[in-house]
Design a protein around this ligand. Structure first.
Ligand code: GRG
Length: 308
């Protein structure tokens, strides 16, 4: 997604406090996630699934889903099962990404990674368990939403997760390892699939559950593709500029692995500028919604201002 070239500054609203908003939504998500996967037999696998799912994190994906549902006129209750499912899918992707066969990381969300605590075999299964349960959870728990919307959401989640989304992006990322001649086009493909596809599914599923028109789905799609790429550019910047304590995971990994990243292609300053342009373009997409879009616009701005 290309940034609009007639970029304007988005006005700040004195009344909207993003930090309070995020804290309240995070709390709602924590409570819902805690209830979503109760301990059962065999305890080992439920413990491993809960270990990573309840390890904190910004909860950006479920919050995006809830915020979009509300923007289109739906309720938090309509979107919460899908919001939880999105966090389950995101968490499973982190568990698998951290495995020795992939990124081989020891820390995530400030804690030891799943395989470091439970072993590789259980970590793979914990990821698989979360992935399957995410779909079951949407089907069994979504209420007061017409069935055709639930079906559309399930299709979106599948598409964003599989070879057309996260899995495809990860494959290209693995294939690019150790290569220094990765083009911007390939880098964009990787991150549009690895990172932006799930963020887009979060936004669109919230909108679809609330009955968004096809025009609004397209608008929301452009918003989310822009914030998705900006999110990854900032992630690459933070890998260079932040500490392990701030990130909750190993810092400086990209440089150590000689990975091609946005800062390695553009430098830090141009990367920051590009991320900001994408965020401005994302916010402009939501202008037709007026004040109601303040939460999604503020979340977009948070993406470039965050330090973890
Ligand atoms: C999805 C079936 C399936 C398999 C997994 C390993 C893999 C395939 C894909 C990798 C996906 C991945 C790890 C993308 C990176 C996305 C990203 C920038 C994660 C960090 O997100 P934050 O900062 O993390 O929102 P918190 O912890 O705050 O939730």
């Amino acid at each position: 997604m290309v940034a609009a070239d007639n970029l304007q500054k988005i006005p700040e609203s004195a009344e909207f406090d993003l930090l309070v908003y995020l804290k309240e939504r995070q709390k709602l998500c924590e409570v819902a996630l805690e209830k979503a996967i109760p301990m059962r037999y065999p305890e080992k696998i439920y413990e491993a699934m809960r270990y990573s799912l309840l390890a904190g994190g910004k909860r950006l994906r479920p919050i995006l889903c809830l915020a979009t549902c509300e923007l289109i006129g739906g309720t938090i209750a309509m979107a919460m099962p899908t919001a939880c499912a999105l966090e389950m899918i995101h968490t499973m992707s982190l568990i698998h990404d951290d495995l020795p066969a992939m990124d081989n990381d020891d820390y995530r969300r400030g804690k030891l990674t799943n395989h470091k605590v439970y072993g590789e075999d259980i970590a793979i299964l914990a990821g698989d368990g979360l992935l399957a349960y995410a779909f079951e959870y949407v089907v069994n728990n979504t209420q007061d939403v017409p069935l055709d919307r639930v079906l559309q959401v399930i299709a979106r989640l599948g598409c964003a997760t599989g070879a057309a989304g996260l899995v495809g992006g990860q494959v290209l990322d693995l294939e690019s390892e150790g290569k220094t001649d990765i083009s911007l086009e390939t880098l964009n493909f990787i991150h549009n699939h690895k990172t932006a596809a799930l963020l887009e599914a979060c936004v669109l599923s919230g909108g679809i559950l609330a009955g968004a028109s096809s025009d609004n789905v397209q608008r929301l799609s452009r918003y989310s593709q822009n914030i998705g790429l900006a999110f990854q550019i900032v992630d690459d910047i933070l890998d260079v500029t932040s500490t392990q304590e701030q990130l909750g995971k190993t810092a400086g990994k990209d440089q150590k692995a000689s990975k091609v990243t946005y800062p390695s292609l553009w430098g830090l300053e141009q990367s920051r500028q590009r991320a900001q342009e994408l965020i401005n373009a994302a916010c402009l997409e939501l202008e037709p919604f007026g004040e109601k879009a303040l939460p999604l616009q503020a979340i977009a701005k948070f993406i470039t201002s965050r330090n973890h």
